[in-house]
Design a protein around this ligand. Structure first.
Ligand code: ATP
Ligand code: MG
Length: 380
């Protein structure tokens, strides 16, 4: 019986002058992901109604709430008929009518219309009662110049900003619990995310690849199109493993990750790098370690779950559905390489000295970006 879905953007309204650009982006994202026509009118977007559209709107960042609705001409009789029809099969209910008027042409006040429609409902439904504070049914009418919208429910959207309004970033993804959650949080702030994953075959195998693919497939539901750069890092890992200060291995590798990520970002016009680092979680994620790693990046490094407790991240992972994929056993690149006693306070001069000794390092990194990165497109 519904014909349309009325979409509200909430948080966007705080964005002042940029608002229109945001709304257009939101409409474009809806159009791309749901494959429906969108109709922007003031502070609302309308699309056609279907059950599938109702479900899929949960994947669109930037939506505050939405309602299955019926559109009427702004005509009292038509509005009343539709409202009465909407509640026709509901029995023994308490109700409330809420009218929001955004039209100067329409002469009645919101309150007058609420009373009129309320009385009409009482007349035609003998077992209905008005309850203004906690009604079973809330009949809402939005009155605009030409059309009016009648609806019964408001479904909460996932909020955030439309993907793409905040640029695009390269996200370092592993098969762990943290990095998918971090990517989701960046997306929610309106950033388009593409991924970089380092693998070290034959130590990492199909399982590692399948895991990351599954995670990206899931996250791609929010974007529609996502690129995964898969770097075969085996040669570099073996080479860095030659260092005589084994306790520095993992920091050396991570610095190398960020040099590669920076070059890839430069080549493909990304505006930043993000990851799932979490303060203090492991030796390579102390303030000191993150400093000596990040200074190899030409781009800002964003860490959306920096201060999460592990339990918070786990709960978020469960909510978005990546948790079950992440906990499947597979060989992870970093775990394979982690020394028994990693340094907790690595020194930059020491790292630079060790890197100088590995004199093929920058050449191998250059070769990696040029020849050993596979580009995979995920399209919904
Ligand atoms: P978890 O901590 O849940 O095991 P994680 O993804 O956080 O998973 P860490 O070892 O803590 O793994 O790594 C810290 C961050 O470094 C990750 O969040 C990710 O951004 C990046 N990273 C780790 N391993 C890789 C990899 N193989 N490829 C790309 N990025 C990686
Ligand atoms: Mg981690």
């Amino acid at each position: 019986m519904y014909t349309h879905i009325l979409i509200r953007f909430g948080e966007l309204s705080t964005k002042g002058k940029n608002k229109m650009a945001f709304v257009r982006k939101l409409a474009k994202n809806i159009n791309k992901l749901l494959k429906v026509e969108t109709n922007i009118q003031f502070d609302r977007i309308y699309i056609s109604y279907s059950k599938k559209n109702i479900e899929n709107l949960q994947y669109i960042f930037g939506i505050y709430s939405y309602s299955p609705t019926i559109i009427a001409n702004t005509d009292d009789e038509e509005i009343n008929d539709i409202a009465l029809n909407l509640i026709k099969n509901k029995k023994d209910k308490t109700f409330k009518v809420k009218v929001k008027k955004s039209s100067k042409k329409y002469k009645k006040s919101s309150m007058e219309k609420e009373k009129e429609l309320g009385n009409l409902i009482l007349k035609q439904n003998k077992n209905f009662k008005v309850n203004l504070s906690q009604p079973d049914i809330k009949i809402e009418v939005e009155i605009r110049d030409k059309n009016s919208y009648i609806f019964l429910e408001r479904i909460l959207g996932i909020g955030g900003y439309p993907i793409g309004v905040n640029g695009k970033i390269l996200h370092l993804i592993s098969g762990g619990i943290d990095s998918p959650v971090a990517a989701f949080k960046m997306m929610k702030r309106g950033v388009h995310i593409d991924f970089l994953n380092f693998i070290v075959p034959p130590h990492t195998d199909r399982k590692t690849i399948v895991k990351v693919n599954k995670i990206i497939n899931l996250l791609n539901k929010y974007q529609g199109k996502t690129i995964l750069y898969r770097s075969n890092y085996t040669k570099l890992m073996n080479y860095i493993g030659l260092t005589y200060r084994k306790e520095y291995k993992i920091i050396l590798m991570r610095r190398s990750f960020y040099r590669i990520a920076s070059n890839l970002a430069l080549k493909n016009k990304y505006q930043g790098i993000s990851n799932g680092e979490n303060l203090g979680q492991v030796a390579s994620q102390t303030i000191n370690s993150m400093h000596v790693i990040q200074n190899q990046s030409k781009y800002p490094v964003y860490r959306p779950i920096l201060t999460n407790d592990k339990l918070e991240t786990i709960n978020e992972a469960k909510k978005i559905g990546t948790y079950e994929i992440s906990i499947k056993k597979a060989n992870e690149t970093c775990e394979l390489f982690a020394p028994k006693n990693p340094v907790i306070k690595p020194r930059i001069y020491e790292l630079e000295k060790l890197e100088k000794d590995l004199d093929e390092l920058s050449n191998l990194e250059f070769q990696n970006v040029e020849n050993n990165i596979e580009k995979i497109s995920f399209i919904k």
